[in-house]
Write a protein that binds this ligand. Structure first.
Ligand SMILES: *[C@@H]1O[C@H](CO)[C@@H](O)[C@H](O)[C@H]1NC(C)=O
Ligand SMILES: *[C@@H]1O[C@H](CO)[C@@H](O)[C@H](O)[C@H]1NC(C)=O
Ligand SMILES: *[C@@H]1O[C@H](CO)[C@@H](O)[C@H](O)[C@H]1NC(C)=O
Ligand SMILES: *[C@@H]1O[C@H](CO)[C@@H](O)[C@H](O)[C@H]1NC(C)=O
Ligand SMILES: *[C@@H]1O[C@H](CO)[C@@H](O)[C@H](O)[C@H]1NC(C)=O
Ligand SMILES: *[C@@H]1O[C@H](CO)[C@@H](O)[C@H](O)[C@H]1NC(C)=O
Length: 235
């Protein structure tokens, strides 16, 4: 009887173990994942179904059963082809570097701060951030979307008359590499217009600036949830 409380404490402490962080001392290897602290998202290595010859670092929903829904891919056009021992690590100079077993670097984030002690954290909203010990974020995956926008305080469509962020479709259901279709503002138009593109050809104009906002809509995703999308101009 007197051992029971000890068992409960052990169980609690192991279930509270944080693995949403990557540190210099603890790199991420092939079968490891980072799980955001509320359990919604996972970051790790994956092979698209039916192909085990290419490996990608990505973020997917952690608790949706069935096929994995990938929301972000780090190096979609530069897969790891030798799948034996990839590693995501934080270097001495606080860069975030993906390496393969043959010493190649398919993807890396150069940190703007070179002091040691940076960590990479997978946040509960699905954002991977690289941060200094004092919490300053120096890079985030939300600034580099793949084909998915997650609820996100700021997704810049255009910035100083240049195309800001662009969503680019996967080439196919099993191929995360950049496909022909993308979605962004029209860089050649003086007005803010939002298009899907087939390569460089406009495919469909989704919306145009009306003086207040470019687009918006409330979608009933199913009977119990509502998705609200708003595209507006920042002052
Ligand atoms: C891919 O890997 C899984 C498990 O690692 C294995 O069951 C499957 O047969 C492999 N598929 C191919 C096409 O090699
Ligand atoms: C990183 O730092 C550790 C100790 O601080 C040192 O032993 C190691 O050689 C360094 N690695 C590189 C690649 O500079
Ligand atoms: C993958 O890398 C390992 C370690 O460098 C090497 O032993 C192996 O032969 C490589 N496999 C292929 C298919 O290149
Ligand atoms: C956090 O630390 C970095 C250096 O690592 C420094 O450049 C930055 O100013 C610091 N930010 C704050 C808010 O202290
Ligand atoms: C996209 O453009 C290519 C020509 O570049 C055309 O062959 C293809 O049919 C277009 N796709 C769609 C869905 O319209
Ligand atoms: C609607 O979404 C909720 C929460 O994701 C889910 O539990 C429910 O089964 C869904 N309803 C339908 C009709 O798909």
């Amino acid at each position: 009887m007197r051992y029971l409380p000890i068992f409960i404490l052990l169980f609690l402490s192991s279930s509270c173990k944080s693995d949403d962080q990557l540190t210099h001392a603890k790199p991420l290897t092939l079968h490891d994942t980072l799980i955001s602290n509320g359990g919604s998202f996972a970051l790790g290595f994956f092979s698209p179904t039916s192909s085990n010859t290419s490996l990608y670092l990505g973020i997917w929903y952690n608790n949706i059963p069935g096929p994995r829904t990938v929301v972000w891919v780090a190096h979609r056009d530069n897969p790891i082809t030798n799948t034996s021992s990839p590693m995501l690590a934080i270097t001495n100079s606080s860069d975030l570097v993906l390496s393969d077993s043959q010493g190649g670097t398919p993807w890396a984030v150069k940190n703007t701060i070179t002091s040691a002690g940076a960590t990479a954290v997978l946040l509960e909203e699905g954002n991977l951030v690289l941060q200094s010990p004092n919490g300053t974020i120096t890079w985030q995956s939300f600034d580099h979307p793949t084909d998915t926008v997650l609820p996100n305080p700021r997704f810049l469509l255009s910035y100083k008359a240049h195309v800001g962020m662009r969503l680019v479709a996967w080439k196919g259901p099993d191929d995360p590499s950049s496909g022909d279709f993308s979605c962004s503002v029209d860089p050649s138009s003086p007005d803010l217009q939002f298009f899907t593109w087939n390569k460089t050809e406009p495919y469909c104009r989704l919306s145009v600036w009306n003086g207040k906002s470019v687009a918006g809509g409330t979608y009933l995703t199913n009977t119990s949830s509502i998705l609200q999308v708003e595209v507006s101009k920042l002052e």
